[in-house]
Design a protein around this ligand. Structure first.
Ligand SMILES: C[S@@+](CC[C@H](N)C(=O)[O-])C[C@H]1O[C@@H](n2cnc3c(N)ncnc32)[C@H](O)[C@@H]1O
Length: 240
């Protein structure tokens, strides 16, 4: 797994042009912009006015900014991220004005969430899971959700091709090539992430293991079979 230091360095370098970079890359892989992907994802998120929401790996706080009206003045949204420079961009976009849901930005790790058990009605995470120890992250998300609360994830996912023998060989070659071409911290973070994306059935098994049920999954098709696809997953935390 990529170390926290490399992640922070990668996203500190990327922060000033983060949204433009994501627009370009998602257009290339999925043929849609970053903003369209996030908007389609948020349409699937089952928010009720007054909810307390945690956005894990919030980055520049794109998601808290988009959800404020839906949560309303009685709700609250916390955005957590490990990279201070990404949160600073979020603050620069203005998350502190009143009238709508309060947004709090917190610097911390998704693998040790600084919140008590059963604190949130909903947990969201977009484009962040592939950088983390995913089972540990899911366990933490489940811990801070109240029973009956929901989890909504949107990220890159693996297709059947990635699990075929030919696909594995090609990916290994691409990882080596990517590593030689991109020697920056981001290059290292993204190269490590190649090996850390899951298929739909792998996600379903992992979420079931952590007491999530009623899962809904949507796939965003990649433009080439060897590109990662996009996945949107919504699941409900059981009482166990
Ligand atoms: C690709 S950005 C996604 C940002 C945002 N969710 C969005 O959709 O624009 C990935 C973010 O994950 C954060 N991140 C990576 N590992 C993390 C961890 N262990 N804990 C918290 N944040 C983490 C990075 O700092 C970065 O801001």
């Amino acid at each position: 797994m990529t170390s926290d230091n490399v992640i922070v360095q990668a996203f500190t370098e990327m922060a000033p042009q983060y949204e433009d970079t994501m627009n370009r890359e998602l257009e290339q892989y999925w043929g849609i912009s970053y903003h369209t992907f996030i908007e389609r994802f948020l349409e699937q998120v089952p928010i009720t006015a007054g909810d307390a929401i945690l956005d894990v790996a919030t980055g520049t706080a794109r998601i808290p900014r988009a959800l404020r009206d839906r949560v309303g003045a009685d709700g609250c949204i916390v955005g957590l991220d490990i990279t201070p420079a990404m949160l600073a961009r979020g603050r620069a976009h203005g998350v502190a004005d009143g009238g709508r849901a309060a947004v709090h930005l917190v610097c911390g790790s998704a693998l040790e969430l600084p919140f008590g058990d059963a604190t949130y009605d909903g947990v969201v995470c977009a484009l962040g899971t592939h950088h983390m120890d995913v089972p540990r992250m899911v366990a933490e998300m489940r811990r801070v959700l109240r029973p009956g609360g929901w989890l909504a994830l949107a990220d890159v996912g693996a297709t059947w091709f990635w699990r075929s023998v030919f696909g594995r060989l090609l990916l290994w070659i691409l990882m080596v090539q990517y590593g030689l071409e991109h020697r920056s911290a981001r290059g290292k973070a993204e190269r490590d992430a190649f090996a850390n994306v899951r298929t739909v059935s792998e996600w379903e098994a992992l979420l079931e293991e952590h007491c999530f049920g009623a899962m809904r999954v949507q796939e965003v098709r990649a433009r080439r079979p060897w590109y990662p696809c996009g996945l949107v997953i919504v699941a409900v935390a059981s009482g166990a």
